[in-house]
Design a binder for this molecule. Structure first.
Ligand code: CO
Length: 520
């Protein structure tokens, strides 16, 4: 009987997918402790959106939470999700910050670093892979799974070979939207297994509700590790329950040696914790309802439910279908990027703008302009030449792509800035956090350490240029908003805290303000 590993994702992806990363530090600790006894192959506990969210929403240091988790779960390998050169943010960071981040991550207890790039561009993975190996971490190279005329199983199998040659220790098929079919799960796992001997992990969200079949087929095809969440945090935009994975394993003659008593105990504890989030409203019923439509639109579950609820709140739910139909069009225009952070937010925002303006690419966010100029890396397919021309015509000062390793170092400058506002010398981990998320990290220290009360700046509704601090990517160029035009006006929502995470915009259409915060 071939062994099957199960990775539990409750503390990171479960938390991110159905609780919008609002799980408290105390609950994270408690869950890590009970899940540690189950005997999982590994537990994904950190990274992705949880880093930012710790400072911004929990008002905690993400590094301290990581140390808590390591202490609470001494027996299980811990894994984290890294966005390649984007680290845990939304833009490329310099190699010095990347290397410090990876070293600190491993020093603080992470064993496995799952690395992906939204465009599947190996050049955006190279440095993260090298640094992870340098500090003794396990490199799990993840392919962002999508379906398009330029993405085939052969393409993915080639990509796997490339990652293997770059030093990957294992591979993950990262189906962030939950769009892989049972049949293709079988075929893709078989194709990758034929091209590489590396251990293979399948990650697939339950959004479309076919995941039990997907996992069964992947197990039949010889997948080595599968991802799931303890059942109270499973389903909907999250993942298949660990308990269901065990049934699928039995069906396919795969051997898992989890401690079922410990699993049952972990279930009881998780079940008591989940009540808190049902009552707080962080766990919304809507996120648990299956959505087979994503098979057509390929929108990640979190992004879809977020878009729907926002459009509903604005009384513009009737335009949601137009937005959903526009998303695949924008994606095609851009050369079929996988819809994963940050591309999901960018494509989603452009689709909303195209629909609300009634004129495609009349308003173009800076990120899309940067993308078209190649600043995010290599396009999966060729972008539409007419659209490229239209976008380029709206960029007065064009930029040339810089290889990530050539980006200027910011550590020393940021250390000086922090020393000034803290009145003491900051630790390395503090400077690294600040370098990735300047606004929320600064606010965190001002409130926590300096006892300041940081007020949110009221949202402006005129088309004044937004004052974004330097390292921030989502500052739509005001030049593209024609103030004389009565049509919509676009501003990034006012607070600096809204900047470097969610793509947040206020759209004014005929005097109505639409606040859009697009997450995935
Ligand atoms: Co995921």
């Amino acid at each position: 009987m071939k062994k099957l590993g199960i990775q539990d994702l409750t503390v990171r992806d479960g938390n991110q997918s159905i609780l919008a990363t609002r799980m408290t530090r105390q609950h994270i600790k408690e869950l890590a402790a009970v899940l540690d006894k189950v005997g999982f192959y590994s537990m994904e506990v950190w990274g992705g959106a949880t880093f930012d969210s710790a400072y911004r929403f929990l008002k905690e240091s993400s590094w301290e939470i990581l140390r808590d988790i390591r202490k609470a779960a001494p027996n299980t390998k811990l894994s984290m999700l890294l966005r390649g050169q984007n680290i845990v943010g939304y833009q490329h960071y310099d190699n010095d910050i990347l290397e410090r981040f990876i070293r600190l991550t491993i020093e603080n207890g992470i064993d496995i670093i799952r690395i992906f790039d939204a465009l599947n561009d190996p050049n955006n993975m190279r440095n993260s892979i090298a640094f992870t190996k340098k500090y003794g971490g396990h490199v799990q190279a993840a392919i962002a799974y999508t379906v398009s005329p330029v993405h085939s199983n052969e393409y993915y199998a080639e990509l796997v070979k490339m990652y293997e040659s770059m030093g990957a220790d294992s591979i993950c098929i990262k189906d962030m939207s939950g769009i892989i079919t049972p049949q293709n799960a079988y075929e893709l796992v078989s194709a990758i297994k034929e091209s590489s001997d590396l251990p293979l992990n399948l990650h697939s969200h339950t959004t479309a509700n076919a995941t039990a079949l997907v996992m069964e087929q992947a197990m039949k095809a010889g997948v080595d590790v599968v991802d799931g969440c303890i059942s109270p945090f499973s389903g909907g935009t999250s993942h298949l329950a660990v308990e269901t994975l065990l049934e699928a394993a039995k069906l396919t003659d795969r051997d898992t040696d989890l401690d079922l008593d410990a699993l049952s105990e972990a279930y009881e504890h998780a079940n008591s914790i989940v009540n808190y989030y049902i009552e707080s409203g962080d766990l919304r019923v809507r996120s648990l309802i299956p959505n087979p439509k994503i098979l057509t639109y390929q929108v990640p579950g979190g992004m879809l439910s977020n878009l729907i609820s926002q459009m509903e709140q604005q009384g513009a739910a009737n335009r949601m279908n137009e937005v959903l139909k526009e998303i695949p069009n924008v994606r095609k225009d851009m050369g079929y990027p996988p819809l994963v952070t940050p591309l999901s937010q960018m494509v989603g925002t452009q689709a909303v703008l195209n629909v609300l303006f009634g004129d495609r690419y009349k308003m173009i966010p800076t990120e899309i302009k940067n993308y078209v100029q190649g600043l995010y890396g290599k396009f999966p397919g060729d972008p539409d030449p007419d659209i490229v021309e239209k976008v380029m015509a709206q960029i007065p000062d064009k930029k040339t792509p810089v290889p990530p390793e050539d980006l200027p170092y910011v550590y020393e400058d940021n250390k000086k800035v922090m020393t000034e506002f803290l009145g003491r010398e900051p630790d390395e981990e503090e400077v690294v956090a600040y370098s990735i998320f300047p606004a929320p990290v600064r606010t965190y220290y001002e409130e926590k350490e300096l006892g300041m009360k940081v007020e949110e700046t009221p949202v402006k509704q005129e088309s004044a240029p937004a004052k974004a601090s330097a390292p921030v990517a989502n500052n739509p160029a005001p030049s593209s908003a024609d103030a004389a035009n009565p049509a919509p006006v676009l501003n990034p929502s006012g607070t600096s805290a809204a900047y470097d995470s969610d793509v947040a915009y206020d759209l004014v259409v005929d005097g109505t303000v639409y606040r859009l915060t697009i997450i995935s």
